[in-house]
Design a protein around this ligand. Structure first.
Ligand code: WTA
Length: 654
């Protein structure tokens, strides 16, 4: 890893433009901002544990107070031990009890244009009903429930219902294949699967139930499948196992007490790609996680819950959806937009139409989306009145300064601060980001760690870097940190804590400029970031070699102007086999999901390897990105590079 990682890091540092534009918060924005100046930073710097404790006490309702703020035995942290609280109570009941039951929780917009308005009161009732349903299906505290749903309100209902009764949810993104779903169900040994018949995508119904059915044939732990009717498509039905959501809800009581849970009760598992083929079940617990996401959602987005309309465009199947559609915003009593479909149906201005329609004030999306909007042109947002917007955010991958500037000008009308938020599935919530009323931003920089967060760049020897490039590490525990990898403590230790003594290593490279601003440079390991989605090269390689015609495969992430990175595969076929590239791409989609489909596959007679037999990925990436290849003397067979380049040239001509 070190060799490829270093090269990648230096390439990225070289490629980074000198960026000298700065954007201080405007007087207008500061006038109503929650945080102006440095007081939060100062407080946290004095005593970070006391700082987090104050946030937790101020922002959450605890049923029983904690004894200990932090119990830290590297690499395991426990937060607020002895304390009890219920996440669903904090997200719902307390708002309703305070007389805000009529406030809109979700303006939900279906892709075909149908809508639902769901108040906090409505949401509480439905969550209680579904909690009772889950209990009737035999779900108990500590059990796992799998959720495989489109972007419909029932996804949030199902998650909150699990939280209410102390079952952990494991949400699997609807774009994952049956195989990926089965792997995740089996790893978590979930009892119940919540899915839908299908949902709307790009103007037609995208069926989900067939994949859920197929997954269940290989997932013996599933006792019940609850099916939300959304697409209206025909579905197969397994009597005894399958039940319609609406039938179960109908008649279920809206009374379900929110039982206080231990602060360290498992709240959810969320699977993410690592550097091996097997996804990791990242564990998040109750009190610390909710503190972290409530605090970051409030201050990073400068939330004024009585007047703001917040829209995070992520899917609930990813951590961004967990933390900034479900838990953070609902805990803060925010009003949100939730949208089912794609940004270009029926037209390329769908997002801007939605912003105008609901008066969205805070908009949070991914750089890959922004680059796509740039491609579609500034005339699309210009068709709509976007003057309600007052703050913009990005997440998921580094944002290039040009995309940042375009976002600022064409979406933000030059008046909205941008918060570029760095964090990970593992961190639970935002770690590095501006505070919009307090931080002078630079396009492309995530700026500084938030109050309460401690990060450090270090070099290969583990020495601190104050200016220049290095590895991003976190030096102090934080409340939203992962509590481990489900069923695999060894891997937890190995993945995050073994590279640098006593530090959490995030897998990202970064640069510190002369002013102390952090510039994230992307992964330094074998994890690709495609449209903000993490996919490991090994995962795609295993999918490819599981095809009967494939002997060997090497996968790299190559720079791509829209998706950040694109998956490029080099494949050696088994003797005498012939297969077309399209069927290999479909095979990968079937194994993992459409998001992992390689953009290009090159069939090659050989792969560049070192004399010791290691595939030279760096070289493959150079070829894929059309760079000049330097020293190839360590290659076992130098002629293979010319061969690969010739093939790459042919494909670019296509
Ligand atoms: C990348 C998504 C640069 C990074 C919340 C990280 C970013 C991985 C940023 C985590 C950002 C996320 N700037 N890179 N603002 N935000 N990343 O687990 O490589 O899906 O390690 O969590 O995304 O991806 P994950």
């Amino acid at each position: 890893m070190a060799e490829a990682g270093d090269n990648e890091r230096h390439d990225a540092i070289d490629a980074l433009m000198e960026e000298s534009r700065t954007f201080p918060p405007s007087e207008d924005f500061k006038a109503n901002a929650l945080v102006v100046g440095t007081y939060l930073y100062d407080e946290a710097a004095e005593d970070d544990e006391a700082f987090w404790a104050r946030q937790s006490a101020d922002l959450l309702d605890w049923a029983e107070p904690w004894d200990t703020i932090l119990d830290w035995e590297l690499p395991y942290s426990k937060w607020f031990t002895g304390g009890k609280l219920n996440v669903s109570y904090n997200c719902l009941d307390r708002h309703v009890l305070a007389g805000r039951g009529d406030r809109v929780a979700f303006h939900w917009e279906g892709e075909p244009g149908d809508t639902r308005t769901i108040t906090y009161g409505d949401l509480l009732d439905e969550v209680c009903q579904f909690s009772n349903v889950l209990k009737d299906l035999g779900v108990e505290r500590g059990d796992r429930v799998n959720i495989y749903l489109p972007m419909i309100p029932e996804a949030a209902v199902a998650m909150l219902a699990c939280a209410r009764i102390g079952a952990a949810h494991s949400v699997v993104f609807g774009g994952f294949s049956a195989q990926s779903l089965a792997d995740r169900i089996n790893d978590a040994e979930a009892k119940v699967l919540v899915t839908a018949d299908g949902s709307y995508r790009r103007g037609s119904v995208f069926p989900l139930k067939p994949a859920a059915d197929e997954a269940c044939t290989n997932a013996p732990s599933i006792e019940h499948v609850v099916v939300v009717k959304r697409g209206g498509n025909d579905v197969e039905w397994v009597e005894g196992r399958d039940k319609w959501y609406h039938d179960l809800i109908d008649g279920a009581s809206t009374e379900c007490p929110a039982e206080p849970m231990d602060s360290e009760q498992l709240l959810f598992l969320l699977y993410t790609s690592g550097t091996t083929g097997k996804p990791k079940g990242i564990m998040h617990t109750t009190g610390g996680y909710l503190t972290h996401v409530t605090y970051t959602h409030k201050y990073v987005f400068d939330l004024h819950p009585e007047s703001d309309v917040f829209w995070c465009t992520a899917d609930v199947g990813w951590i961004t959806g967990h933390s900034y559609i479900v838990y953070g915003p609902l805990s803060n009593g925010a009003t949100q937009v939730m949208y089912e479909g794609v940004p270009n149906h029926p037209g390329n201005d769908r997002f801007w139409e939605i912003v105008e329609k609901y008066g969205v004030t805070i908009f949070y999306t991914a750089p890959t989306a922004i680059r796509t909007f740039m491609k579609w042109g500034a005339t699309e947002p210009a068709k709509h009145d976007l003057s309600s917007l007052r703050l913009l955010g990005t997440v998921g991958e580094p944002i290039n300064p040009e995309a940042w500037m375009w976002y600022q000008e064409h979406i933000g009308g030059g008046r909205c601060p941008i918060v570029d938020t760095w964090w990970q599935t593992e961190t639970g919530g935002i770690m590095i980001s501006p505070l919009p009323g307090a931080t002078t931003t630079k396009p492309g920089s995530a700026t500084f760690p938030l109050p309460g967060v401690s990060s450090e760049l270090i070099d290969d020897e583990g020495k601190r870097v104050d200016v220049g490039g290095g590895y991003l590490t976190l030096t102090r525990p934080w409340p939203g940190m992962l509590r481990g990898i489900w069923g695999d403590p060894e891997r937890y230790l190995e993945t995050y804590w073994s590279r640098f003594e006593g530090r959490y290593f995030a897998g990202d490279g970064a640069k510190l400029d002369d002013d102390g601003y952090l510039w994230l440079l992307g992964r330094v390991d074998d994890v690709m970031n495609v449209s903000g989605h993490r996919i490991s090269t090994t995962e795609v390689e295993s999918a490819l070699v599981s095809h009967p015609a494939v002997a060997e495969a090497a996968v790299v992430g190559a720079a791509d102007a829209t998706t950040g990175q694109a998956i490029i595969a080099y494949v050696i076929l088994r003797g005498g086999q012939d297969v077309d590239v399209e069927s290999l791409r479909s095979h990968v989609a079937g194994e993992i999901g459409a998001i992992a489909k390689p953009k290009m596959i090159f069939i090659t007679p050989d792969l560049p390897k070192t004399r010791s037999g290691k595939i030279m990925r760096r070289l493959l990436r150079d070829v894929a990105e059309g760079r000049n290849i330097g020293d190839t003397t360590t290659l076992a067979d130098e002629s293979i590079v010319d061969e690969l380049r010739a093939r790459a040239a042919i494909s670019t001509d296509d």
